[in-house]
Ligand binder design. Structure first.
Ligand SMILES: [Zn+2]
Ligand SMILES: [Zn+2]
Length: 339
């Protein structure tokens, strides 16, 4: 595909889409029913549908029987860990292999002109972003993901929580399925905003931000505290009337869904003239500029709070003005004499 039909490339090789990043037509006033209808297919396809199907597959073929899960035992816990690890490896590697190892589409649609493997850096373990990100994902990401999965399934098996069936509450559960990404967005925004508080940023979130030029393995490259906060989105299903299948979907949405946002390319090409939109631009800008786009644009909280960046020069100016005002406030505080 000719990416210059869709965007521009600067002297450094960084590609920017012509179309500014937008937020979903949800939670807007007045409502925009036509825009909503046009947007709906992209809400379901391909990722949300895929993660729902993967949860269904886990429920059918991976999750042990209720009797087994009533008792915590290494057998089924390690089984779940192994399946999660293999699935993460295959799903993440598919993007990594195609786009970053084989570099099958070169740097077409790539926001940052450089590939992380070409720029070793001291901030990473073994100076390698790939190795560092990969190890963090498997050493703490998948274990914490599995730990929370086991906790919720054990609660379900022991009748702890507000579990309901599709036969008894079909309307509510279908609605809950539909809003799984919205719950994720709300949770992600809240914890993400929190870990940008300077002390938590330094201690916890800076690990994730080491990857200024994110690639697939950056998705789960986090401090264990962030992994815990990130995956605890499944715990909403212990409070809300829910079903374990939807709880699994929520977890898959967080675990597998992190990849598209960190893929580093605006489109993944399928053929000469078709490609899948990654919707990664909003979060790419967060990795680039740090204090913009705390959310992913499903709920426009960043727009409401003035931290939204759509990739345009005007948004750049607004961001710089915000940083300048912040600096001024900090300087004023520093120069105020102690009473
Ligand atoms: Zn990120
Ligand atoms: Zn951040």
């Amino acid at each position: 595909m000719d990416d210059l039909k869709y965007g521009t490339r600067d002297k450094r090789g960084n590609w920017t889409p012509n179309k500014p990043a937008g937020t979903a037509p949800l939670f807007v006033f007045p409502p925009q029913p036509l825009a909503l209808l046009k947007w709906l297919p992209s809400y379901f396809l391909p990722y949300n549908a895929l993660f729902f199907l993967s949860a269904l597959a886990w429920w059918a073929w991976v999750i042990p029987s209720v009797e087994v899960m009533q008792t915590l035992a290494w057998g089924w816990v390690l089984w779940l860990f192994a399946v999660n690890a293999v699935a993460v490896f295959l799903w993440y590697s598919a993007f990594e292999l195609h786009l970053y190892i084989r570099r099958a589409q070169g740097n077409r649609f790539k926001y940052n002109g450089k590939f992380p493997a070409d720029t070793p850096s001291d901030v990473f373990w073994f100076k390698s972003q790939n190795l560092d990100n990969f190890l963090r994902g498997f050493l703490s990401g998948v274990p914490i993901w599995t730990g929370l999965q086991v906790l919720v399934l054990w609660c379900y098996a022991n009748g702890i929580g507000n579990w309901v069936t599709f036969a008894d509450h079909p309307v509510w559960l279908v609605f809950l399925c539909l809003i799984v990404p919205v719950i994720h967005e709300f949770h992600f925004y809240c914890i993400h905003r929190l870990i940008h508080v300077p002390i938590l940023y330094k201690w916890v979130h800076s690990v994730h931000h080491n990857s200024i030029n994110p690639s697939p393995w950056s998705s789960l490259s986090m401090h264990p505290v962030e992994h815990l906060a990130y995956f605890s989105t499944i715990l909403y299903h212990l409070i809300l009337p829910s079903n374990p299948l939807i709880a699994l979907y929520q977890l898959h949405y967080a675990g597998f869904g992190a990849v598209p946002g960190h893929v580093g390319f605006d489109k993944v090409e399928l053929t000469e003239d078709t490609g899948i939109d990654s919707h990664a631009f909003i979060h790419y800008l967060h990795h680039k500029y740090f204090e913009v786009n705390y959310g992913d644009g499903l709920i426009p909280i960043d727009k409401w709070t003035g931290t939204f960046h759509d990739g345009t020069k005007e948004a750049d100016e607004r961001m710089k003005e915000r940083y300048r005002q912040k600096k001024e406030r900090l300087n004023a505080r520093k120069t105020t004499p102690a009473e």
